[in-house]
Design a protein around this ligand. Structure first.
Ligand SMILES: [Ca+2]
Ligand SMILES: [Ca+2]
Length: 143
């Protein structure tokens, strides 16, 4: 019984310290899972396509204002190029690829952690990443 209490205490302590700052060991473990961020234009194209499918809740192949994530609503009119009040897959991809190219400062066809950091400083919206839209995720239910 005492052993269990000690273990629980240690776990609580570990949880506390993790909430503050990860230890060097934890950071090393983390870096195994999250290598320095590099995303190719090709990967991004797939991510953007999957994001569109996921956001298009009513499956009409358009994104309406209320299907857009909050952080992008202010950009709705900019993304909706033909001003028909909805965002087509084409408009979505074109805008997203422009954002990608804008963040790809050295134009090598990839966006890296550094470039992402720079984009954040310029208050450019975060681009969706492969981690957020994994290619192998089960297709969302269409029912
Ligand atoms: Ca829709
Ligand atoms: Ca449109």
């Amino acid at each position: 019984m005492r052993v269990m209490i000690v273990v629980a205490g240690a776990l609580a302590l570990a949880a506390c310290s993790r909430a503050k700052e990860p230890s060097a060991e934890e950071q090393a473990a983390l870096s195994n899972y999250v290598p320095p961020f590099v995303m190719s234009r090709l990967d991004f194209g797939g991510v953007v396509e999957r994001r569109f499918r996921r956001l298009d809740v009513n499956n009409d192949d358009k994104l309406s204002r209320n299907e857009l994530p909050k952080r992008l609503i202010a950009r709705f009119d900019e993304i909706d190029r033909n001003k028909d009040g909805s965002i087509s897959n084409e408009e979505w991809s074109a805008w997203m690829m422009r954002r990608f190219d804008a963040q790809d400062i050295n134009h090598d066809g990839t966006v890296t952690s550094d470039e992402r950091e720079r984009a954040r400083e310029l208050h450019d919206p975060d681009l969706p990443t492969p981690a957020e839209e994994p290619a192998n995720a089960a297709a969302p239910s269409r029912n």
